[in-house]
Ligand binder design. Structure first.
Ligand code: FAD
Length: 520
């Protein structure tokens, strides 16, 4: 299924999405070069930056499916070695009488789980696999500074980390056949692509910042019980909902939890004025129980030392320019992290992109006149088919990127507030029962469709809206029908009462009059 053998594919960004894209391209026989701004993250001297620090992510079906399809059999085992299944949310709060409570809400009635994974660990494993391949070259400390997508040339600044300004920043020029931009939310590839493609672009910073915290593993661990190292359940994503903010905790392999505080910027600014006084009290009031897992002094030091970072949501279209470049992952659709889909969607981009490239490669090979054509015309044909494939990819993927971006924004409300609401629970309950007892209806919760399936995000939105309308109609019918029937019966009694009276009729007429007066 190799596309043009020897095609030079340049991947910019060696994050999880860029690394997987490089693997897919290498498996198809391309000469792959990966350029990464930072030092190799497997090098212990590498200072983690922003969220490329060792944060924990939720890996779900879309990401797993894309990893499975990479063609590297060892990769998935290698990745799964270090994951922890999370079967649901654990909601933490306080009862009206002031007691602490925990309430588990499973993600899926069929028992499917998502997986906590260390982002840097996943990334390192992908780089390990890439490094073994003869047709892949990795270039770290290379920053993309310019690109000409008509001439297929790019320029990189070599960041040697020197503090001497005179010997900094050497620049190299390279040629490429195909560039995949996986260089994250502030993508340089996207920036240069905009000069060539007529790209619509929208970015939005939500008024919420995030800060990372850590719950340490238990000190006294039983050697026979590996779970004993966790101070709270390891198989849940823990949420302390706070209506307009929230605190979450995701388990790590070593027994610790990576926690994230999401808070409006004004609240952050307020807490920053006097963290020593304000922070422990704020946590005790809004996130009950946390200060028994993170001592107040650690809470304060983590709050003051760890950065308070913004959350950006980016939509753009198209994602490609002619046959020369495409953007994937956060470069194409950075989203707020509340559906746990940013990386999963990026890994899925890679699977979808290469399935379309493969489809066009096969179609071209099947055309009779492609046999016997010389190298020049084969190369031209190959470029043409890649152009068609990229156009198809953009057309297919842009609506899905927009859809998951919106879902991620909406899910912030679900996580911090709706998880407590009776209507949310009722809908979840009804949809899950329908999926179990009437499986032929194909009914599933939105969460299950997003996290445990591979249908297009845009279709998930359509199906979920349809299910919502049907359920609402059903509920209105279920409640409205008996009320209507009761009114009709009363009306008939009233009419009958006009013809001849009895005691029951009189009483019912009275009742009807009372109901009618309330209705009016
Ligand atoms: P990145 O991870 O940003 O990698 C881009 C790479 O490109 C970096 O290595 C960078 O150094 C490099 N680069 C940048 N500029 C240049 C340049 N000019 N030249 C060369 N290289 C360059 N997603 C999930 O699926 N599940 C979750 O549970 C989840 N939780 C999250 C929680 C938080 C708090 C946040 C902030 C995000 C979360 N995400 C989650 C989103 C996820 O982290 C991102 O979607 C994912 O990391 C994107 O991967 P990427 O490879 O596209 O980009």
């Amino acid at each position: 299924m190799a596309e043009t053998p020897g095609q030079k594919t340049v991947v910019v960004g060696a994050g999880p999405v860029g690394s997987l894209a490089a693997l897919y391209a290498a498996q198809r026989g391309d000469d792959v070069e990966v350029y990464e701004l930072r030092n190799d993250l497997r090098d212990p001297s590498t200072t983690p930056l922003n969220f490329t620090r060792s944060i924990n992510l939720a890996l779900s079906e879309r990401g797993i499916h894309a990893l499975k399809n990479s063609g590297s059999d060892a990769l998935l085992d290698h990745v799964f070695d270090a994951t922890i299944p999370m079967r649901g949310r654990m909601i933490h709060g306080r009862t009206p009488t002031g007691d602490l409570y925990e309430e588990a809400q499973d993600y899926d009635i069929h028992g499917r789980t998502i997986f906590a994974i260390d982002r840097a660990g996943l990334n390192s494993r992908l780089l390990d696999v890439l490094e073994q391949l003869p047709n892949v070259k990795l270039f770290f400390n290379h920053k993309l500074t310019g690109a000409d997508f008509r001439k297929c040339k790019a320029w990189f600044e070599i960041q040697d980390g020197s503090s001497n300004k005179n010997d900094r920043a050497r620049e190299v020029e390279i040629d490429f056949d195909f560039m995949i931009g996986a260089d994250g939310a502030h993508s340089a590839v996207r920036h240069h692509l905009m000069k060539y493609a007529r790209m619509d672009y929208k970015q939005e910073y939500i008024d919420t910042l995030w800060c990372e915290f850590r719950i340490e593993p238990k000190a006294d661990v039983s050697p026979v019980d590996p779970v004993s190292k966790f101070v709270i359940s390891p198989n849940h994503l823990h949420i302390w909902p706070g209506r307009v903010f929230m605190f979450i905790a995701i388990p790590s392999d070593d027994g610790s939890f990576t926690c994230t505080l999401f808070l409006p910027s004004a609240e952050f600014a307020h807490l920053e004025t006097q963290p020593d006084q304000l922070l422990p009290e704020f946590f005790d009031r809004h996130f009950p129980g946390v200060t028994s897992h993170i001592a107040p002094k650690d809470l304060i030091s983590q709050f003051t030392q760890n950065p308070h970072l913004p959350l950006i949501s980016i939509n753009c279209k198209p994602h490609h320019f002619q046959a020369s470049a495409v953007i994937v992952g956060d470069a194409a659709h950075a989203m707020v992290p509340f559906y746990g889909q940013g990386m999963n969607a990026g890994l899925e981009d890679v699977r979808v992109l290469f399935s379309i490239l493969d489809k066009h490669a096969i179609q071209e090979t099947n055309q009779p006149d492609s046999e016997g054509s010389d190298n020049g015309s084969t190369a031209v044909a190959s470029v043409a088919k890649r152009g068609l494939a990229l156009a198809e990819y953009s057309a297919l993927r842009v609506p899905d990127a927009f859809a998951i971006n919106d879902l991620a924004l909406q899910n912030y409300i679900e996580m911090r507030a709706s998880v407590l609401s009776p209507s949310y629970r009722l809908r979840k309950y009804l949809e899950e029962r329908l999926s179990v007892h009437v499986p032929w209806l194909g009914w599933q919760t939105k969460y299950a469709r997003v996290s445990f399936g591979n249908e297009r995000y845009s279709e998930v939105v359509e199906k979920s809206e349809f299910q919502g309308r049907v359920l609402l109609g059903g509920l209105v019918g279920a409640v409205g029908l008996p009320v209507l029937t009761g009114l009709i019966v009363l009306l008939r009694w009233r009419l009958a009462g006009a013809r001849g009276s009895n005691v029951l009729g009189t009483q019912l007429r009275g009742l009807f009059g009372w109901v009618a007066s309330i209705w009016r």
